[in-house]
Design a protein around this ligand. Structure first.
Ligand SMILES: Nc1ncnc2c1ncn2[C@@H]1O[C@H](COP(=O)(O)OP(=O)(O)OP(=O)(O)O)[C@@H](O)[C@H]1O
Ligand SMILES: [Mg+2]
Length: 298
């Protein structure tokens, strides 16, 4: 595959998986002329709701064959209802009805995904971990980047994304309690290395490709100290070969920015909602480094 396929993962919730996937993708489309697909794998459907008005999203997914739910439900039921071309949403529609960022595509989620984890174990590995691979592999090369916005867990849907991805991106909010979680996550990804082959028969080597910091606050020194601890842990995990070389902490950190929070209810990425705010500036600088980082990586 020539597309760079990246899973945004962290089993801690609310750390910016969705914010980073949506805003890095939108900034790539706007400033770097990249064609990007966001695949929403979270029953919360947050990236879908960030980029679509709720009425439009509900109508889209109500048609029964237009969300990531159908991919997994088809696999469980042995059906073939999912239709990629019918499912993707192209561009972001503003309140005036104008479609911006036509190069940004979204494969929405629906809340029915909640039901999947209970039923999916009717399937066994390796088929269990090849569901996304079988549904999407042939479509991904239309894009420069494909981002999986994963739920805050490491269950089957997330593992499907990890096994189809070239690398994982770990959004991280620097605080003391997040640190041990990050170590567990990195070790878990390492354990998955070489365990499964994809539908093309290739052995998969999941890895952490980058850590991105979100919700950064400059007041006090608690965040700075937490970043120092994270840097020490990253160095230790590199020494132990839990992290591969080049798995980096990307700069700049995304600062806490009320305009980013507001942009969710306006259903726009921050670069369209408030292009002059610090959130848009941080995402624009981070995206520049993100593109360079992943271009050099593969
Ligand atoms: N830079 C920021 N400044 C302020 N608020 C932000 C910023 N980034 C994200 N948020 C807000 O923080 C909340 C959590 O972010 P987000 O939904 O991206 O996390 P998540 O890891 O995807 O969560 P979940 O685990 O539930 O999927 C959201 O309500 C979002 O609006
Ligand atoms: Mg999310």
């Amino acid at each position: 595959m020539s597309a760079k396929v990246l899973a945004f993962i962290n089993f801690k919730g609310g750390v910016g998986k969705t914010a980073c996937a949506v805003n890095i993708a939108a900034t790539m489309a706007k400033l770097h002329d990249k064609k990007v697909l966001i695949v929403d794998l979270d029953p919360q459907s947050n990236s879908s709701l960030w980029l679509m008005r709720p009425d439009v999203w509900r109508e889209h997914v109500a048609k029964g064959r237009r969300s990531t739910f159908e991919i997994f439900d088809d696999a469980i039921q042995g059906k073939d209802r999912f239709d990629f071309d019918e499912s993707i949403v192209k561009g972001v529609t503003t309140w005036t009805g104008f479609v911006e960022l036509p190069q940004l595509h979204l494969l929405p989620a629906s809340v029915e995904l909640l039901r999947i984890e209970d039923r999916i174990h009717e399937l066994r590995p390796p088929a269990l971990y090849r569901i996304l691979d079988r549904a999407l592999r042939d479509r991904l090369d239309r894009y420069d980047y494909v981002f999986f916005d994963c739920p805050p867990n490491l269950y089957t849907t997330t593992k499907n994304a990890i096994f189809l991805s070239d690398s994982c991106v770990v959004p991280y909010v620097p605080d003391y309690l997040s640190l041990s979680g990050f170590q567990v996550l990195a070790e878990y990804i390492e354990e998955l290395r070489g365990k499964y082959t994809d539908s093309a028969g290739e052995r998969r080597h999941p890895n952490v490709g980058a850590v991105v910091v979100s919700h950064y606050r400059q007041t006090g020194n608690v965040f700075r100290l937490a970043i120092n601890e994270l840097e020490i842990m990253l160095a230790q995990l590199h020494d132990r070969h839990v992290l591969e070389s080049g798995a980096g902490l990307l700069q700049p950190f995304i600062r806490h920015c009320v305009r980013v929070a507001e942009s969710t209810s306006e259903h726009l990425p921050v670069i369209l909602y408030a292009p002059g705010c610090i959130g848009a500036q941080d995402y624009s600088d981070l995206t520049q480094n993100f593109v360079t980082h992943f271009q050099n990586r593969k």
